[in-house]
Design a protein around this ligand. Structure first.
Ligand code: G
Ligand code: G
Ligand code: MN
Ligand code: NA
Length: 255
């Protein structure tokens, strides 16, 4: 309950901010996307992980405001970065199952806001987890299909750790598979995780999806992923999640 009151206060007092982690095109080394990751700098408790406060936000209904707030921050950033840096720049936003089940979470509001900024749906990708694809509620499938018809892209986060049926990847026209970092961390030329990454990349490409490897921390991992045909990489090798200001220095080192 304490955390609930604090969270309400935090949203009004700029303790909540959005961190951006680069997603790098492995073939060219360019930063072509970013993942938005919410952060809470608590005055007494320090940095609180979203893994801790998102469930509180969901239980108390604050998730509606929080989700809207994240989206508005990201939309403004992506508008700036598309002009200043790269016209096809895209930012991905994590969305929990609870957000898909929230009636107040409306795609039409998103689209109206993007249109006001002169942005197409494709400037945003929504990151979902495998569990959501197996959710048979009509509200979930309607929202997933509506995202697609609005041109918003979809990424399947932590791929390989859940139970996604391949049929759903096709049904919802998922755009990106994000290989979970547990498979990337033990990559060596002959490891079984290498075989697994190769298999995931083959499936993805066969179905017309792109692949993002998460948790890339070493040059060796990057090189093996590139050799296996992986499209994008994300991880500490390139950068940890940083403030928008620091992100701008990454995309334009002259700043
Ligand atoms: O980097 P990290 O510790 O921040 O991420 C912890 C978890 O919080 C991740 O699983 C991530 O998907 C989730 N997360 C981060 N930002 C958001 C957000 O804006 N919305 C939702 N629903 N989840 C988020
Ligand atoms: O669940 P999701 O994949 O959205 O969460 C991303 C989480 O992974 C964040 O907590 C982020 O800080 C973390 N992360 C990003 N890059 C790396 C990395 O290279 N290594 C490790 N160990 N964690 C990472
Ligand atoms: Mn994610
Ligand atoms: Na992930």
């Amino acid at each position: 309950l304490r955390l609930t009151n604090d969270l309400r206060h935090a949203m009004d007092n700029h303790q909540i901010w959005v961190a951006y982690q680069p997603i790098v095109d492995l073939a060219t080394g360019e930063i072509s996307k970013a993942e938005a990751l919410i952060r809470w700098q608590h005055p007494a408790r320090g940095l609180i992980s979203p893994a801790e406060f998102m469930p509180v936000a969901e239980d108390t209904g604050l998730i509606t405001e929080l989700g809207e707030w994240v989206f508005h921050q990201v939309a403004k950033q992506v508008a700036d970065w598309r002009v200043a840096y790269y016209p096809l720049f895209q930012v991905s936003i994590n969305k929990s199952s609870a957000q898909f089940h929230n009636d107040a979470d409306k795609l039409s509001d998103w689209l109206a806001h993007l249109e006001g900024l002169g942005l197409p749906g494709g400037c945003i990708a929504v990151e979902i987890t495998e569990g959501l694809l197996l959710d048979t509620s009509s509200v979930v499938s309607e929202k997933l299909l509506a995202l697609k018809s609005a041109g918003v892209q979809t990424s399947l986060d932590n791929f390989g750790t859940g139970y996604s049926a391949l049929a759903y990847l096709k049904k919802y026209h998922i755009d990106f598979l994000k290989i979970d970092r547990t498979f990337v961390s033990n990559l060596t030329a002959n490891s079984s995780d290498m075989a697994l990454c190769q298999a995931i990349i083959l499936i993805a490409h066969t179905l017309g999806m792109k692949v993002i490897a998460e948790g890339v921390e070493t040059d060796e991992q990057r090189d093996l992923l590139l050799k296996a045909g992986c499209d994008y990489g994300q991880g500490y090798l390139f950068s940890k999640p940083v403030t928008a200001e620091e992100f701008e220095k990454l995309i334009n080192p002259a700043l």
